[in-house]
Ligand binder design. Structure first.
Ligand SMILES: Nc1ncnc2c1ncn2[C@@H]1O[C@H](COP(=O)(O)OP(=O)(O)OP(=O)(O)O)[C@@H](O)[C@H]1O
Ligand SMILES: [Zn+2]
Ligand SMILES: [Zn+2]
Length: 809
C-alpha cells in the first residue's frame, strides 16, 4: 500500500503539519502534485500538496483516508523547492502552506474570486467626489466605465495591488461598492485555435467566395489562427463552421500566453570596458571557487551589461537565470534591456501583471520555454529546473523583504536556493546594504566583494552641493527652492536639459525639528529620532519607550520655529510652476501611478522629452538611466535622516547617492543640489564625496557601539487591535511572557512594550516589542516559544512577528 505525505491547504496553526493519505489504485501520484483530499470531521474536500511518498506507516492503514482526486498532472513544487519551503517555515516562522503560497503565483492557488458592484444610489458617491484621494476616484471611474460591475481580476488588470486593496476596502466601508463571492474551480489556461487544411481536394461552389478565400488562405498559411482570419480577412464563424462540418479543414487548439511582449529592437552585446572586464573576470573567479558575490559598482558603472553577459554565459551552458529588481517602476527599463538581448526567452513576473498573465509566465518557465525571469521579490521562486544564476539588482532595497507572511527576505532565500541547487548568486548595488558589505568584506556566508569605482568610459561623477536651509530662512527665503537650486534650474532649462526633483516622503513625518538651527529631538538611549504623539502632546522612543513632553521652544537655540516636517509632491509641482512658468512638468507619486502601466507611461514621456522636469517620490530616485538629465534636486533630505530607525543614516546615504547618480549619465556632466537642515550630517558629507567606503567605516563603528545589526539580530512583535485598552493589556502580557521565556539568559535584550511609531493604521492601535541577541537562533527560539505559548491571536488583538525586520514603523 502506498502512502502520500501531504500538506493541506488550510491556513491554521493546528493543521500546520504533514498528513498521511492512502493513494487509491489507478492514481499515479508524484511529489509536487496537487491533489484533492477529504479533510476534517466533515470530510470537506480541500487541496493539498504532495511532499513525500512512502510505502509503510506506523499509523494504522485502515484509519487513513484516501486521496480523492488529481485535477492536473502539473508538478507544482520540485523536490528542491520543497527543501526551500521547509527551510522558510523554520526561518520565517510561518506555516508550510504559507510558504507554499508564497512560492506559487496567486492564480494557481486562488479558488474564490469576488465580483464588485457599484451601489449607484449610494449618497456616498457625491461625498467622495468632493476632494477625496485620487485612487478612490480612479477606481470609481473605472467601475462606471465598466458598467458598474467588475470582477476582482478585472480590477487587478487595471490597478496596482496595494492601491487597489486600500481603495476597495474604503469604498466597501463607505457602502459605495458591494462585494459578492464567486467560486472559481480551476486556474484558466487560455487556448487559441488554429486552422489547417484537412482534405486532398475541396469542392467548393464557385459562388461561395468566402469559402474559397478561406481555403486559399489555409492552403498558403496552414496553422493560421482563427483570430487572424477574423481580424485580417473578415472571415466569420459561419464560414469556418461550414467547411469544418464538410471535413475540408480541421482545427487545433493550443495553449496561448496572455502577455505579448512589446516588440523591441534587438540590441547586440556591448564590448565591456576595461573596468567591466576586470570585474567580470573577478566575478567568474569567485564563482569558480563556489563563492557568492557582492558587486559594488558606482552609479553608471555599467552593472547591467555585466548582468547581461553573466546570464548569457549561463544560457550557453544550458542553464537558466533569475534577475530581481526592487520594484515595478524599475522593471520596464530592465525588461527592455533583457528582451532586446534575449528576445522571447525572457519571462516577466511582477505585481503589475494580472493573475492570468502571471500564471502564463509561470507556466512558460515551468515548461522550459522561458530561460530568464525578471521580476520583483517573488520571482525568486521562478520554477526553473536548471537554475544557473540569481542576480539581485539594487540589493540594498527594503522591498526585497516581504512584509506579509511569509515574511521572507529574498536575498536570504536566494542564497539558500543557490546553495540547494548549486547556482551562483550575484548581489549588485552602488550603495550596498551595510549588512551585505559587512558579510562580503569579512567573507561571511561565503560572500566575496568585487568593486567598480568609475563610471563607464570614465564619465565624471556629478558635482554635489549641500545647501543649508537654515541659512535660506535667515536670508528671508521661505520658498521650497533654495537660491542655489533655483539658479541651477534656470541654467538647465536655458540649455534645454532635463531635471529631476526628488522628494522623499514616506507618508511619515512625525519627527520634530527646528527650522532655525536644525535641532532634532532624539532618544538619549537609542540614538534615534523621537516620535511625536498628538494625543497627549509628547515625544516617545519606540525602541525603548523613553518619553518626554513636546518642547515649546528649541532646546538648542530657543527659537519657536520648532515643528513637524513635511512637504508633498503636489506642493513642489505648484511652486515650481509659479516660479518657472510655461514649463512642462511630470509628476510621479502614489497619486499619479494608481493605474497599471502608469509608471511606464510617465517614464516614457520623460524619456521622449515631452517634459523637462520630473518631480517625484523615492520611486524615481534610483536605477533609471536618462542621458539628458543634468540636474537633480533633492528638496528635503531630512525626512530620511530623521526616520525613527537605526538605519536612518544608511537609508539617507543610499537615497542621496542613488538620486545623485541619475545626473550626468550622458555626455554632459551632472549637478546635484541637496537641501537640508543638517548639512553637517556624515551621511550627506560622504554622499557628496561619493565615498561609500568612508561612510561604511563610520556607520559600522556606530552599529558596533550600539550593538545593532549586523552585530546582533532583532525580532519584532507587533500587537494590534481596534480597542486601545485591549492592545495595551495584551502588549504588557506579551512583555511578561517574553521575560519568562528569556529566563536568565542575559544575552537577550527585550525592548518595550511601547507604542509603534505608526501608532494607528486603519483604525487599529499598534504596540510593539523588540528582541535583540547576538545569536539569530536565540531570537528565533523565543519567537517560536512565544508563538506556541498560550498567548494567541484573539478576537480583540492580533499578533504579528518578524525576524530581522527592515521596517519597524
Ligand atoms: N561597455 C559599455 N560600452 C558602452 N556603454 C556602456 C557599456 N556598459 C554600459 N554602458 C552604458 O552606460 C550607462 C550606465 O550603465 P548602467 O545603467 O548599467 O549602470 P549601472 O551600473 O546599473 O548604474 P546604476 O547603479 O546607477 O543603475 C548605460 O547607458 C549603458 O548603456
Ligand atoms: Zn533651534
Ligand atoms: Zn530609546
Amino acid at each position: 500500500m502506498k502512502i502520500a505525505q501531504i500538506i493541506v491547504d488550510n491556513k491554521c496553526k493546528e493543521t500546520d503539519r504533514v498528513y498521511s493519505y492512502l493513494i487509491p489504485q489507478g492514481l499515479e501520484i508524484k511529489i509536487g502534485h496537487r491533489v484533492i483530499v477529504p479533510f476534517g470531521r466533515a470530510n470537506k474536500k480541500i487541496a493539498g500538496y504532495v511532499v513525500g511518498l512512502k510505502s509503510n506507516t506506523e499509523l494504522e492503514i485502515n484509519k487513513l483516508k484516501a486521496i480523492a482526486g488529481l485535477p492536473s498532472n502539473d508538478i507544482f513544487l520540485s523536490a528542491d523547492m520543497l527543501k526551500l519551503i521547509k527551510w522558510m517555515r523554520e526561518k520565517y516562522l510561518c506555516y508550510y502552506i504559507e510558504a507554499i503560497h508564497g512560492a506559487l503565483p496567486a492564480n494557481i492557488r486562488i479558488k474564490n474570486t469576488y465580483i464588485y458592484e457599484l451601489n449607484q444610489d449610494s449618497k456616498n458617491i457625491d461625498l467622495l467626489k468632493e476632494g477625496n484621494p485620487q485612487a478612490l476616484m480612479d477606481v470609481l471611474e473605472f467601475m462606471e466605465e465598466n458598467g458598474g460591475r467588475a470582477t476582482k481580476e478585472e480590477l487587478r488588470d487595471n490597478f496596482n495591488d496595494n492601491i487597489l486593496e486600500n481603495a476597495v476596502k474604503k469604498l466597501i466601508k463607505l457602502g459605495v461598492l458591494k462585494r459578492h463571492q464567486k467560486v472559481k474551480s480551476q486556474e484558466n489556461i487560455m487556448y487559441e485555435r488554429f486552422v489547417y487544411p484537412d482534405a486532398e481536394k475541396a469542392e467548393i461552389p464557385a459562388n461561395a467566395k468566402k469559402q474559397r478565400l478561406l481555403m486559399d488562405i489555409v492552403g498558403s498559411k496552414p496553422g493560421i489562427s482563427i483570430k487572424a482570419l477574423q481580424k485580417d480577412y473578415a472571415i466569420g464563424k459561419a464560414t469556418i463552421d461550414n467547411l469544418l462540418s464538410k471535413g475540408f479543414i480541421r482545427i487545433e487548439e493550443k495553449e496561448a500566453y496572455r502577455l505579448v511582449p512589446e516588440k523591441i529592437q534587438a540590441e547586440s552585446k556591448k564590448i565591456l570596458t576595461k573596468e567591466q572586464c576586470r570585474a567580470f573576470g573577478e566575478i567568474e573567479e569567485c564563482f569558480k571557487k563556489g563563492r557568492h558575490v557582492l558587486l559594488h559598482g558606482v552609479t553608471g558603472s555599467g552593472k547591467t551589461e555585466i548582468y547581461l553577459q553573466l546570464i548569457e554565459a549561463e544560457l550557453k551552458k544550458g542553464k537558466q537565470g533569475i534577475v530581481l529588481v526592487p520594484e515595478i517602476s524599475l522593471t520596464p527599463q530592465m525588461i527592455r534591456r533583457f528582451v532586446s538581448r534575449f528576445g522571447d526567452t525572457v519571462a516577466v513576473l511582477h505585481s503589475g501583471l494580472s493573475n492570468g498573465e502571471k500564471y502564463d509566465e509561470w507556466r512558460r518557465i515551468a515548461e522550459g520555454k522561458a530561460k530568464v525571469a525578471i521580476g520583483a521579490r517573488s520571482a525568486i521562486f521562478a520554477p526553473f529546473e536548471k537554475l544557473g544564476i540569481i542576480i539581485i539588482d539594487e540589493e540594498h532595497e527594503n522591498t526585497y523583504k516581504s512584509e506579509t507572511r511569509p515574511k521572507y527576505d529574498a536575498r536570504e532565500v536566494a542564497m539558500k536556493r543557490c546553495d540547494i541547487e548549486g547556482a551562483r548568486l550575484l548581489l549588485g548595488s552602488a550603495t550596498p546594504s551595510i549588512e551585505s558589505y559587512f558579510k562580503a568584506t569579512n567573507k561571511l556566508n561565503n560572500m566575496a566583494l568585487v568593486s567598480i569605482n568609475t563610471r563607464v568610459n570614465n564619465k565624471v561623477m556629478p558635482n554635489v552641493k549641500i545647501v543649508d536651509m537654515r541659512e535660506e530662512l535667515k536670508a528671508g527665503n521661505k520658498s521650497i527652492f533654495s537660491h542655489s537650486l533655483a539658479e541651477e534650474i534656470k541654467i538647465a532649462l536655458g540649455q534645454k536639459d532635463q531635471i529631476i526633483l526628488f522628494l522623499n516622503r514616506r507618508g511619515y513625518s512625525t519627527f520634530v525639528s527646528c527650522r532655525s538651527c536644525g535641532f532634532v529631538a532624539k532618544c538619549p538611549n537609542c540614538n534615534i529620532s523621537l516620535t511625536y504623539h498628538a494625543k497627549g502632546n509628547y515625544l516617545t522612543c519606540h525602541y525603548c519607550g523613553y518619553s518626554r513632553p513636546n518642547p515649546k521652544e528649541c532646546p538648542s537655540c530657543k527659537s519657536s520655529y520648532i515643528k513637524y516636517f513635511g512637504i508633498g509632491t503636489q506642493r513642489v509641482e505648484r511652486e515650481f510652476q509659479s516660479t518657472f512658468d510655461d514649463i512642462d512638468v511630470l509628476r510621479m507619486d502614489a497619486d499619479t501611478t494608481t493605474r497599471k502601466n502608469s509608471h511606464k507611461l510617465i517614464l516614457d514621456k520623460f524619456r521622449n522629452k515631452e517634459a523637462s522636469v520630473l518631480i517625484g517620490t523615492q520611486m524615481i530616485g534610483k536605477g533609471h538611466d536618462f542621458s539628458d538629465v543634468t540636474l537633480v534636486g533633492i528638496i528635503t533630505s531630512d525626512t530620511y535622516l530623521n526616520l525613527p530607525d537605526f538605519r536612518a543614516g544608511e537609508k539617507t546615504f543610499q537615497m542621496v547617492t542613488q538620486s545623485a547618480g541619475r545626473a550626468g549619465r550622458g555626455d554632459k556632466p551632472g549637478t546635484v543640489i541637496i537641501q537640508t537642515y543638517s548639512p553637517e550630517h556624515y551621511s550627506l558629507l560622504y554622499a557628496k564625496n561619493h565615498d561609500y567606503e568612508g561612510f561604511y567605516k563610520d556607520e559600522i563603528k556606530m552599529r558596533k557601539e550600539m550593538n545593532y545589526p549586523p552585530f546582533s539580530h532583532l525580532g519584532h512583535i507587533v500587537i494590534s487591535g481596534i480597542g486601545e485598552d485591549a492592545v495595551v493589556k495584551a502588549a504588557k502580557e506579551a512583555g511578561r511572557s517574553l521575560n519568562k521565556l528569556r529566563g536568565d539568559n542575559s544575552n537577550i535584550e527585550i525592548w518595550g512594550p511601547s507604542p509603534a511609531p505608526l501608532s494607528r493604521i486603519n483604525n487599529r492601535h499598534r504596540w510593539q516589542l523588540v528582541l535583540k541577541s547576538v545569536k539569530e537562533e536565540e531570537v528565533l527560539k523565543i519567537l517560536r516559544d512565544f508563538n506556541n505559548s498560550a498567548f494567541l491571536n484573539s478576537e480583540e488583538v492580533s499578533v504579528s512577528m518578524d525576524i530581522n525586520p527592515l521596517n519597524m514603523l
